[in-house]
Design a binder for this molecule. Structure first.
Ligand code: C2E
Ligand code: MG
Ligand code: MG
Ligand code: MG
Length: 274
């Protein structure tokens, strides 16, 4: 019976692996086509200060495929990274975010900041820093308005090259944010090696904030790390007033989450007639 059971388990496991593989191949094929046909879009989620006033937006990529339906970036960004599609995806994200955001700002007359998620692979593309800086100047944004959000999802061997590009951009005023802080294996050591301006507390900490003392202590630690390193701190994934108030009481001053606003297309066009 045992042998039969484990054979069964193994077959199920093999089947799951096969399904996952088929899904990846499908995503890769459809994504390659979607990128060349310009079928992806960007949405933007507001970032607010301690009195809930907007100071910026984070750009988030969206992809709806006719066969696969809505596919989340958590799934397809990884596929892009491992299949050579990241340069094309990154270029689309950077160009579209900066262009749409600058049109939006033009209509609003504000100096809001734009946060863009970057795969560390993009820093290794030749000319990346120059491309970013010339896009900013073409669309009339100051480098000081751009924040690049990085995660530690990928292990990078030529880390020195990444550092050089980061430093070049920071010299011009672009800021660097460590996304999903506290969830990776090496958050603390990255804090030492990366030139950073901001930490974003991951949503998983915010989820547990109100009913888990351990999580509360961890958030308090992250807030104190940010303070002692003179880094901005953003709490992401804030969904309730209770979470917002608890974070405020702990000294957190910048927020993002459904409680304040969901990611949405930016409304551009003639100013409203009333
Ligand atoms: P992230 O950068 O940490 O983005 C935050 C994610 O949390 C977004 O999911 C956002 O829609 C979601 N979120 C924000 N507030 C709330 C909330 O209150 N409740 C809940 N349940 N969710 C909230 P999304 O857009 O699915 O993106 C997932 C991840 O995919 C991002 O995590 C980021 O790592 C990556 N990603 C998204 N867009 C891009 C992109 O343009 N380029 C790259 N390289 N990665 C991207
Ligand atoms: Mg982000
Ligand atoms: Mg995050
Ligand atoms: Mg994330």
């Amino acid at each position: 019976y045992q042998a039969k059971k484990s054979l069964n388990d193994w077959c199920l496991y093999r089947e799951e692996l096969e399904q996952a593989y088929i899904r990846r191949v499908q995503i890769e094929q459809r994504l390659r086509q979607a990128l060349s046909l310009g079928q992806l879009t960007m949405v933007f989620q507001p970032q607010v200060d301690d009195v809930k006033v907007v100071y910026g937006y984070e750009a988030l990529v969206r992809w709806y495929d006719d066969e696969l339906g809505q596919v989340g970036p958590d799934e397809f960004v990884g596929v892009a990274e491992s299949s050579g599609l990241m340069p094309a995806l990154g270029k689309f994200v950077m160009e579209t975010s900066i262009r749409e955001f600058s049109e939006f700002l033009g209509a609003q007359g504000k100096m809001w900041q734009l946060a863009v998620n970057i795969s560390v692979l993009q820093f290794l593309q030749p000319g990346f820093a120059n491309d970013v800086l010339s896009l900013l100047s073409r669309y009339g944004l100051s480098p000081k308005q751009l924040v690049l959000e990085m995660t530690e999802s990928l292990f990078i061997s030529n880390f020195d090259d990444v550092l050089a590009v980061l430093n070049e951009l920071r010299k011009q005023g672009v800021r660097v944010s460590m996304d999903d802080f506290g969830t990776g294996y090496s958050s603390l050591s990255l804090l030492r090696t990366l030139p950073l301006d901001e930490l974003k507390i991951d949503k998983s900490f915010i989820d547990g904030l109100l009913d888990d003392h351990k999580v509360q202590n961890m958030v308090a630690s992250i807030i104190s790390i940010a303070r002692s390193h003179q880094l901005e701190l953003v709490a992401e994934g804030v969904e309730t007033e209770g979470q917002y108030l608890a974070l405020m009481a702990m000294g957190c001053k910048l927020f993002q989450g459904y409680y304040f606003g969901r990611p949405a297309a930016l409304a551009v066009g003639p100013k409203s007639p009333h």
